[in-house]
Each structure stands twice: as C-alpha cells, then as structure tokens.
Write a protein that binds this ligand. Structure first.
Ligand code: HEC
Ligand code: HEC
Ligand code: HEC
Ligand code: HEC
Length: 215
C-alpha cells in the first residue's frame, strides 16, 4: 500500500512537472492552492463535483460552479455600438462574466465557496470593482457587429476572432434579442493558455486588440 502511494505520488509529481501538460494552470494566477483560503486545492474555489451552485430560478449555473454568485449592480461603460439605456445590474453582461465578477467585483469573498460566507476579499489591481466605466466595455455595452465594417474585423461562423479563432464572443440576450458581445471570457481564460494576464492570445504589438479593432 505504502509503495503504491509512493509510486502514485511520484508519477503525479512527474506529470505536474512534465512539459507535455503544456498549458497547465498549476502555479499560475488562478492556482490558489498555496493560499490560506483554498483548502490546498486548485479547482475547489470555482468547481465542485457535487452540489453545485444554483441560480435564482433554482437551475444549476453550469460548469459545476462552486463559488457564491455576485448580485451587484454595476455602472457600465456606454460605448457607441448600442444605446444601453438604464443599467440593470447583473443582466448587464453575459453569464460567464458574472462568474468572474463573483470574485473580481470585490463584493463576494474569495473564500465564499461550497456554501461558506467567507471573509477574504480580492484587492489591488485585481479588484475590478462594480464601477466598470473605467474598464473595456463588456456585455450590453459591447455588442459586436460580426459582419465587420471599416471599424471591426469580421468574426467567423462560430463567433470567433483572432488569427486562430482564439477570442470568442459570448451569447447574451440584450433587450429580447440574442446578440454576441464581448465578455471577460472573450479576452481571458479562467485556466491558463500560456499568455500573461490569463489572456487567450498574445497581446504583443497589441495583437489581441487588433483582432477586433481595425486601427
Ligand atoms: C478561478 C476559477 C476557476 C478555477 C480555479 C478553475 N476553473 Fe475550470 N472553469 C472556470 C470557468 C469560469 C469555466 C467556464 C468557462 C469555460 O468553459 O472555460 C470553467 C470550465 C471548466 C471546464 C469545462 C470547460 C473546459 O474547458 O473543458 C472544466 C473541465 C474545468 N473548468 C476544469 C477545471 C479544473 C480541473 C480545475 C482545477 C485544476 C479548474 N477548472 C479550475 C473557472 C475556474
Ligand atoms: C473581442 C473584440 C474586442 C477586443 C479583443 C478588443 N475590443 Fe475594444 N471594443 C470592442 C467593442 C465591441 C467595443 C464597444 C464599442 C462601442 O460601443 O462602440 C469596444 C470598445 C473599445 C473602446 C472604446 C470605444 C468607444 O467608443 O468608447 C476602446 C478605446 C477600445 N475598445 C480599445 C481596445 C483595446 C486597447 C483593446 C486591447 C486591449 C481592445 N479594445 C480589445 C471589441 C473589442
Ligand atoms: C475564486 C475567485 C476568482 C474567480 C471566480 C476568478 N478570479 Fe481571477 N483572480 C482571482 C484572484 C484572487 C487573483 C489574484 C491572484 C494573485 O494574487 O496573483 C486573480 C487574478 C486574475 C487575473 C490577473 C492575472 C495576471 O497575471 O495579471 C485575471 C486576468 C483574472 N483573474 C481574470 C479572471 C476571469 C476572466 C475570471 C472569470 C473567468 C476570473 N478571473 C475568475 C480570483 C478569482
Ligand atoms: C478586450 C479584452 C479584455 C476584456 C473584455 C477584459 N480584459 Fe481583463 N485584461 C485585458 C488585458 C489586455 C489585460 C492586461 C493589461 C496589461 O497589459 O496591463 C487585462 C488585465 C486584467 C487583470 C489584471 C489586473 C490589471 O488591471 O492589469 C484582471 C484582474 C482582469 N483583466 C480581469 C478582467 C475581468 C474580470 C474582466 C471582465 C469584467 C475583463 N478583465 C475583461 C483584456 C481584457
């Protein structure tokens, strides 16, 4: 038994160290296993195998989500593509961005997962806050015209942009119409894809920005 345990942990350590795993999130920004609040695990603050979080209507949020959801109301950035009208809280952006904001808006504790209320909050540059007027537009303020124009790169049939389709627009119901919008997950990944700041592609020479904006 002991030998088996040793062999197993040895293999596991080798796997973790192996470059074959490539873009592992181990040791990256969202690996909280070294903090005091994540119970020594990586996935647990965000995912659970059982009893995942349900939304207001009692439906599972999806992705086996484990973190308490934010219900904050946001100040949005009113860009030029769509007149967003009055802000309407968490309906102002797509569902996945809401998952991100459940830590990054600073209203819900980092350790509020698995049913705990938690007491440790995000701070510093990583705290995006509830005032999004000083951030790149997302959600209903960032409806993307997929056909392209003199301002925009055309998206592919799967609503993807970027040289290899790295960036994905998110589905969102904007005032009764299904639209494709920019969300946190358009530019970022919650896991890790090999780029700084959890980005989905390089932003060297502003490549990420130029995947959408023609400038
Ligand atoms: C900071 C939060 C966070 C952490 C930590 C995290 N995830 Fe995720 N994960 C997400 C979000 C958000 C999604 C849904 C968006 C998507 O599809 O990528 C997701 C989706 C997934 C999916 C389904 C989509 C896919 O990419 O295959 C799997 C599987 C997954 N995560 C596994 C893991 C595992 C395993 C760990 C721990 C090693 C982990 N995640 C850690 C946030 C997180
Ligand atoms: C996935 C596509 C996409 C990417 C990538 C992207 N943008 Fe945008 N950007 C948008 C959309 C959509 C809007 C909202 C435009 C509007 O309302 O006119 C926007 C708005 C803006 C605005 C404000 C325009 C206004 O009318 O006020 C600026 C400035 C901007 N983006 C700069 C950037 C920079 C810098 C980057 C790279 C860090 C970037 N964008 C990456 C799609 C994108
Ligand atoms: C469980 C809480 C939690 C969730 C959920 C979460 N984050 Fe984070 N995120 C953090 C913390 C804490 C840090 C700061 C880590 C550190 O101190 O290095 C961070 C850091 C980051 C960074 C900075 C990385 C860098 O190297 O500059 C980005 C970008 C980011 N998160 C994006 C996201 C996005 C996008 C989502 C949604 C898919 C998300 N986060 C969901 C807690 C979370
Ligand atoms: C249009 C692309 C884009 C969108 C949309 C976007 N980000 Fe970022 N984000 C970036 C880039 C690029 C950086 C790196 C900035 C730099 O180079 O300093 C960044 C940096 C960050 C950081 C690191 C702290 C900082 O200020 O540098 C965090 C945390 C973060 N983003 C979270 C989010 C969250 C949460 C959302 C959704 C509300 C989001 N981002 C939406 C492109 C984006």
């Amino acid at each position: 038994m002991k030998l088996r345990t040793l062999l197993f942990s040895g293999t596991f350590a080798a796997l973790l160290a192996s470059p074959a795993l490539g873009q592992s999130m181990v040791g990256e920004a969202h690996d909280f296993s070294g903090t005091g609040w994540a119970g020594g695990e990586i996935c647990k603050p965000c995912h659970t195998p059982h009893n995942a979080v349900v939304d207001e209507s009692g439906e599972p949020v999806g992705w086996l989500w484990n973190h308490t959801l934010t219900t904050a109301v946001y100040t949005m950035y009113d860009g030029n593509t769509y007149d967003a009208g009055p802000d309407d809280g968490d309906a102002a952006f797509d569902k996945l961005s809401r998952l991100c904001m459940s830590c990054h808006d600073g209203t819900i504790a980092l350790d509020a997962y698995g049913g705990s209320v938690g007491s440790i909050f995000i701070n510093g540059d990583e705290k995006i806050g509830t005032d999004l007027a000083d951030d790149h537009p997302i959600g209903r303020d960032a409806v993307y015209l997929e056909e392209g124009s003199s301002r925009w790169q055309p998206a592919d049939a799967n609503h993807k942009l970027g040289p290899n389709g790295e960036l994905k627009l998110r589905e969102m119901n904007v005032d009764g119409t299904l639209d494709y919008v920019v969300g946190c997950m358009t530019c970022h990944t919650p896991h890790y894809k090999g780029y700084d700041h959890q980005l989905r592609m390089t932003n060297n020479s502003s490549a990420l920005c130029l995947s959408c904006h023609i400038k």
